[in-house]
Design a binder for this molecule. Structure first.
Ligand code: 9MR
Length: 543
């Protein structure tokens, strides 16, 4: 017979590497077995479904199918009861390469202060916006005169702001993959203006942001918090924007995250650009010195400002990340002592938001350079990371969707990707395949094996995200959104419920593919960063 494609089967719509774990879920359907068929409807595999009961967060009765042992490259469907079929998927080498390229290229599309030329952006070409060369100082910076040239960098998200804390985090997360595989994508250009200059494109793309980050440091070493207008603009293209742009606030977190990522970058760009590397380290040490003297300044939006706050009043994790990177870059005792002191306060946690994930970035840099640490310290970090990764694996094993998350907050997709990130680092550390399989099961969720059925990477999958809360995608009059963005994902706090009618009461389904849904359908640089890391890592080790 001819089975109909059904949303009841949830599967990674991009597919699987031949050696990957291969699973799907079937919800609210009576069945006991499944088949995998090829494009000619030939059965290539059959298996039994495992009943995993009802998932409280989605209200669904979930069955799991596993065909990991089937490895033949090709294009396939899962078929149930000969009546319903999954979206098509592939088994192949190079599987994640197109998604990886798009996820990195999304940063190019987010570049402020320059035009996106047709040569590089195709139909998404657009005029330049936000020159940001004469930004005003908001009184919250302590300044009243003059302007700041703070051009460049990426737009944070669906809005046109630029925020230091999660800019630093995003670059920090992506630098790890370049540290691990400095030559990855050597011959694979992203078609950005720098392509072909002899430097791998991701290094250049990150520099675009790092160069902006550096403009945000005050003469005293402290680092401003953000560059935005006083409020968000409407859904217009960058070139149509005309609000005054301000430099706003100065805080302990922004100063420490700046110190951290610039120390990390100074170490990793030493060969590519020694002069830049030296300046970056200098700026980093000045920032650290400022933060030591101003160790408890939380950023709060001033009364007349309503753009993103990135609220955080716990700084031990930011101190830890900065001290770790400064130690690796300088080997100075002061940083080593600080790093060990703050590590004592490090708590292994799951489902960390950006706010806490900075500590993990420090942790990952140290693990990658464990031979440069004293043996006892290194050993405690290794044991700690393994324990955290094992805890994630245990949760996956008990979870009907094979993820380790039941709380769906703002940007839940990044919480999930960050768990996959931790598992990839555990694989790197131990070589143990189980961590890789876990990272893959989690990635499947992002690309379709989830309670909404969406593939959350714009431009990919069959059930596509079409209306992200992303100003250029909304204003450019092109039907498809700009490709390569991870949507925020289910968010049970529903802060946009006054504007968005959610179709489900369940936390894992609190997602709406509508432009107004800033709480569930925005894009953001620090949600794409773990996607870039995980896609790149899997592409490196599975290919
Ligand atoms: O990712 C941020 C989330 O953790 C917060 O709960 C939320 C509200 O403060 O803000 C999110 O970040 C947004 C930022 O404030 C402004 N640019 C868009 C970001 C993603 O929605």
């Amino acid at each position: 017979g001819s089975a109909k494609i059904s949303d009841q089967i949830r599967i990674n719509q991009i597919g699987f590497y031949p050696s990957s774990a291969k699973q799907f879920t079937l919800v609210d359907t009576k069945a006991s077995s499944f088949k995998v068929v090829d494009g000619y409807k030939n059965k290539v595999y059959s298996g039994e479904l495992i009943d995993l009961g009802t998932w409280e967060a989605s209200g669904e009765k979930v069955m799991l199918g596993d065909f990991s042992s089937f490895t033949a490259p090709g294009a396939y469907y899962v078929v149930i009861n000969d009546t319903i079929a999954s979206y098509p998927f592939k088994i192949k080498k190079e599987l994640y390469l197109p998604a990886l390229k798009a996820a990195i290229k999304s940063y190019y599309f987010q570049r402020a202060s320059m035009a996106i030329e047709e040569e590089y952006g195709g139909e998404y070409a657009r005029a330049a916006g936000h020159p940001d060369d004469e930004c005003l100082f908001h009184p919250s910076t302590g300044k009243s005169k003059g302007t700041l040239n703070s051009k460049g960098g990426w737009y944070d998200a669906g809005d046109y702001g630029k925020y230091i804390v999660n800019a630093s985090l995003s670059v920090g997360q992506m630098l790890l993959i370049l540290e691990q595989y400095p030559k990855m994508m050597t011959n694979i250009g992203l078609n950005i203006p720098e392509t072909g200059n002899g430097i791998i494109d991701l290094w250049d793309e990150l520099r675009y942001e790092l160069d902006w980050i550096q403009t945000m440091q005050d003469d005293d070493g402290g680092v401003y918090f953000k560059l935005t207008a006083k409020g968000f603009s409407g859904f217009i293209m960058p070139g149509d924007y005309d609000l005054d742009r301000y430099i706003i606030g100065k805080s302990t977190a922004s100063t420490l995250d700046f110190a951290a990522v610039l120390a990390q970058a100074s170490r990793l760009y030493k060969e590519i650009d020694p002069e830049w590397s030296e300046k970056a380290l200098d700026a980093s040490e000045k920032a650290w010195a400022w933060a030591e003297k101003n160790d408890n300044i939380a950023f709060k939006n001033p009364e007349d400002v309503s753009t993103g706050e990135y609220g955080d009043n716990e700084f031990s994790d930011d101190f830890f990340w900065a001290a770790s990177e400064l130690y690796l870059a300088t080997k100075k005792d002061t940083y080593s002592n600080a790093m060990k002191k703050y590590e004592q306060e490090y708590k292994h946690q799951l489902a960390d938001s950006w706010k806490n994930f900075v500590r993990n970035v420090g942790f990952h840099s140290l693990l990658e350079n464990k031979d440069e640490l004293d043996a006892e310290f290194a050993n405690s970090l290794i044991q700690g990371h393994k324990a955290l990764a094992n805890e994630i694996l245990q949760k996956i094993d008990r979870h009907p969707y094979r993820i380790a998350l039941d709380d769906f907050e703002w940007g839940s997709n990044s919480d999930i990707l960050n768990q996959a990130y931790i598992l990839c680092v555990a694989h790197r550390l131990t070589g143990d395949e189980k961590y890789l399989l876990g990272a893959e099961q989690i990635s499947d969720y992002i690309f379709g094996k989830n309670a909404t059925g969406y593939c959350f990477l714009t431009g990919f999958g069959s059930k596509k995200v079409m209306f992200p809360h992303h100003r250029p995608s909304g204003a450019d009059s092109i039907p498809d959104p700009v490709p390569g963005f991870i949507a925020g994902g289910p968010n049970n706090d529903r802060q946009d419920a006054h504007e968005v009618t959610y179709q489900s009461e369940f936390p894992a389904k609190a997602y709406m593919d509508v432009e107004a849904s800033f709480a569930s359908n925005e894009v953001c640089i620090n949600w794409n960063a773990p996607a870039v890391y995980v896609l790149a890592y899997l592409q490196q080790v599975r290919n």
